[in-house]
Design a protein around this ligand. Sequence first.
Ligand code: ATP
Ligand code: MG
Length: 270
Amino acid sequence: MTADRPKPSARVFCIANQKGGVGKTTTAINLAASLAMHGQRVLLVDLDPQGNATMGSGIDKNGAALNLYQVLIGEATVAQARLRSEAGGYDVLPSNRELSGAEIDLVGMDDREKQLKTALETVGDDYDFVLIDCPPTLSLLTLNGLAGAHGVIIPMQCEYFALEGLSDLVNTIKRVYRNLNPGLELIGLLRVMFDRRVTLQQQVSAQLESHFGDKVFKAIVPRNVRLAEAPSHGLPGVVYDKTSRGAKAYLAFGEELIRRVGGRVRRRAA
Ligand code: ATP
Ligand code: MG
């Protein structure tokens, strides 16, 4: 190891699933905090006008002077708009409903799907991981996320219709791969809100493992009320109650992801 070897720039991952309410934002927030606790430098990009990832990180979405909207339309840089989540130990590129206007403003721009990618390139060296919390749509915003990412992490509930939705999403990823971003990879599927007492969930989980093999993360996030309570306190679940089963699962997931991408788990911050 030589000291002057260039630092690898951030790995950029979208947390995506076009199905609503499946646990994308909960995963984005808790993975960001978990990676930070494992010593990683993390930026969480809130690509959803709902602003849930912003609020759940303890940042007032309407109080931020600048947000992702200004970044996407070229009126601010990521360095100007990012804020620190003191609660989570990571940076946040905040959003609020203003971001829905970006859909319209982007349509007339050249390289309209590449605006986020271009913006993130300016801060790539500041982070080990950039996580993008996608909205529950396959909109121009989500395309900006997928076009700017190295990989996609798909949180999913082990229900019957989840598998159907999954094939739509995998097809979208393939289309983005062919047309916009040949570097895009499926990083893995994360089972969330899992209840092992439900036979159907066990069956779907087993089907996922047989279809997707190693692409299914070993960590499984249980349904856990502490994770659902945490956002109302402006805290990631892994900070709000780190002894809860949900927190332990996200801490294990962070470690698994670091190892999967060949990173090094560093000593956990106190
Ligand atoms: P949207 O599609 O609207 O962006 P989402 O996919 O981001 O939704 P979340 O907002 O993370 O989903 O979760 C939906 C709801 O489920 C929230 O109320 C959240 O607190 C709750 N939830 C998420 N994960 C868990 C879990 N493991 N255990 C219990 N509740 C959970
Ligand atoms: Mg969400």
